[in-house]
Ligand binder design. Sequence first.
Ligand SMILES: Cc1cc2nc3c(=O)[nH]c(=O)nc-3n(C[C@H](O)[C@H](O)[C@H](O)COP(=O)(O)O)c2cc1C
Length: 272
Amino acid sequence: MTLFTVDVEKCNRDRLCVENCPAQIIVLEDDYQVPLPSKNAEEICISCGHCVAICPTGALSHRSMTPENCELIQRELLPRPEQVEHLLRSRRSIRTYTDQTVDHKLLTHMIDVACDAPTGGNSQPVQWHIIYDPKEVQRLAGIVVDWMRNTMDNQSKYASNLGLKRLVAAWDSGIDRICRNAPHIVIAHGAKDHGSASSSCTIALTYLELIAYGSGLGACWAGYFTGAANLWPPMMKAIGLPDGHKCFGAMMIGYPKYRYRRIPLRNPAKIT
Ligand SMILES: Cc1cc2nc3c(=O)[nH]c(=O)nc-3n(C[C@H](O)[C@H](O)[C@H](O)COP(=O)(O)O)c2cc1C
């Protein structure tokens, strides 16, 4: 199949695909023709699907997607600006969870939504790893604590900057400040040497945190878990990411035990 095809009957020559293609590889010579790929289009196209998504008549099909398999945007489902603002501002890092596990289908659905987050050049370098079993989450938290103890023994200044002593003491007294007794951990990982894997994973996890909140769940970035996943060989082995991959972020996820009532203050934006 060529890069994209245009249904001559449906195309109304409005040039929307031409103007919205981020790579500018669609040309329309005159009103009697249909949009065509420019020279070198195959190499330049990033398969973002904007040409399919912008066409009001469903005339353009890209090799990677057709109008039929791209969901229509339902304007009536979009939140009002004040609803978006309230969602963003009332989201909190959740650190107390009920024992209830999250339905696996819901978890994978939310991850699927997080895959709609922007990625550099539409490279979509984010891969996911779910630690679903709460007992396994606790086992891994224990391995994170081993990393903390090792760091305290061998890099005391670094350990003290991270405040590891208190976290280890809490663990020893039966309090999990690593994974906060969350039932699940979701890891976003990608190839170490991929230029946009780090930022793409961060943005995708941010989407995940928001959709989790919007779905009645709670989430929290698991920073110590991420540190150990990248620095402590026993942890790397226990997680078993593919060779050459890095854990660019991990997130606790589960049902929140409590509901926040107010939005805490944050520093005002510093804008120049
Ligand atoms: C990269 C990153 C790592 C984090 N790691 C942890 C963590 O390991 N444990 C934890 O309880 N919170 C962690 N947090 C949550 C922050 O402490 C939290 O976002 C901050 O206190 C503000 O609270 P809020 O998210 O409710 O606004 C992390 C946040 C980020 C962005």
